[in-house]
Write a protein that binds this ligand. Structure first.
Ligand code: TRP
Length: 415
């Protein structure tokens, strides 16, 4: 595996990706930090993505080791292939077995005030990881990224970071082990962060980011240097108030579209004397209209927002959730429904924890015993309490509590 970034795009050999993760032909799914589009109704071909990106599949053997090392049953996101791919997690598990420390890193680009269900997935999972491993987590809010990429005022992006922090905190992160930061503010609070950004910036050429991210001549220069800012939290020395001078390995749970940032980081980190960050990749949370694309906050009808009322949830699911059922009841009873394309079923795989019940639903829908309307009703009744509980938890997060999570401080952690 290459540890040297080559200057020529054609020679790029980061993580031995196939053409650096880019599409080989027109039929390939598009997956990058800005676009997720599949031509298939069943959504992205994730096995193909693993081959293209050169990551490792999360299989039974991986899950068995994970359970052995942690002594706990894995989260249903792992059991059901929602977190489906990884890089170097075996190294982290070995580290953990040897009682050596590591930390978690994830983030969010605060582009809208109202987060949707899909945005919760990495945070629900990260909170679970924090609990089972009892490790610290740093959460980056990329208000700078959203300012650069979206038509949004700088002050507004910064405000949204603090709004979104409330939704993130509402997922239940342990205040003694969690540090949340806005890039815009953190940059001025902690010189070590900018120093690491500089070190990373010096390792990567324009040609290389062009190859990885597809930047072009007319992209503003802020975009071109941004990947270094998303990379820097992988280096524990970016947080001297938490880790001191220790070099602590990093594990990143994220959606697979963020992988380009960390392919770049994995190449740079060893050159700066750090281990490569390990990754756990999730699939995308599909849009209500179907799995060709992910849920998006900019289209009201593709998304269930964390601010939606029970009635709105009911209406959206009934009206918009793409159905794998048949056109008439008679036909459905005869031929059965298709869970592979049915969005209500897909959402249940994310949010219905009971494995046996989910299995029964799949059987009944496939055989035609369960109708689309009935399946939608199960989904509505599953989502309504989850969203309501989230709203109740969020309502308790005061500005003071946000300040606590976002204050530079020592965490409850020994390295
Ligand atoms: N770029 C990500 C987004 O737009 C935010 C982010 C920053 C992130 N650091 C991260 C996501 C680390 C996952 C892991 O949402």
């Amino acid at each position: 595996m290459s540890t040297e970034l080559s200057d020529a795009v054609g020679d790029l050999n980061i993580e031995q990706t196939n053409e650096n993760g880019k599409c080989e032909n027109e039929d390939d799914d598009i997956v990058d930090p800005w676009n997720v589009v599949s031509k298939s109704q069943e959504g992205i071909d994730y096995d193909k993505l693993i081959r293209r990106f050169g990551s490792s599949k999360i299989d039974q053997e991986f899950i068995a080791r994970f359970e052995k090392v942690t002594g706990k049953k894995v989260h249903h996101f792992l059991r059901r292939g929602i977190f489906f791919s990884h890089r170097d997690v075996h190294t982290i598990l070995t580290h953990y077995e040897q009682n050596k420390p590591f930390f978690l890193y994830t983030g969010r680009g605060p582009s809208s005030g109202s987060m949707h269900l899909g945005h919760l997935i990495p945070f629900i999972f990260a909170k679970w990881l924090q609990d089972i491993f009892d490790v610290p987590i740093v959460i980056q809010l990329t208000d700078d990224e959203k300012f650069l990429w979206k038509d949004i005022k700088l002050e507004e992006a910064n405000r949204l970071a603090y709004e979104n922090a409330k939704d993130i905190i509402a997922c239940g992160f342990d205040v003694n082990k969690t540090f949340i930061f806005s890039n815009m503010d953190f940059m001025g609070q902690n010189p070590e962060f900018y120093r690491n950004i500089l070190r990373i910036e010096k390792c990567v050429t324009f040609n290389q980011v062009k190859g990885i991210f597809g930047f072009g001549d007319s992209d503003v220069i802020g975009k071109i240097s941004f990947p270094a800012i998303q990379a820097a939290p992988c280096l524990s020395s970016s947080f001297p108030f938490i880790f001191g001078k220790a070099k602590v390995p990093c594990l990143i749970p994220c959606a697979i579209d963020q992988d380009p940032y960390f392919r770049m980081t994995r190449d740079v980190a060893p050159r700066l004397g750090y281990s490569k960050p390990a990754l756990l990749h999730s699939t995308f949370f599909p849009a209500l209209q179907g799995a060709q694309t992910k849920m998006s906050a900019s289209d009201n009808n593709t998304a269930i927002f964390l601010t939606d009322t029970p009635k709105q949830i009911k209406n959206k699911v009934n009206k918009h959730a793409f159905s794998g059922g048949q056109a008439t009841v008679e036909e459905h009873r005869e031929k059965g429904g298709n869970c592979d394309v049915d969005i209500s079923y897909q959402y249940l795989t994310f949010f219905l924890e009971d494995d046996e019940r989910l299995e029964q639903i799949k059987k009944d829908y496939t055989s035609g015993a369960l109708l689309t309307g009935e399946l939608k009703k199960i989904l509505i009744e599953t989502l309504q309490p989850i969203v309501k509980t989230h709203q109740e938890n969020r309502a308790k997060i005061t500005d003071e509590i946000v300040r606590e999570y976002m204050t530079l401080r020592k965490l409850n952690f020994q390295c």
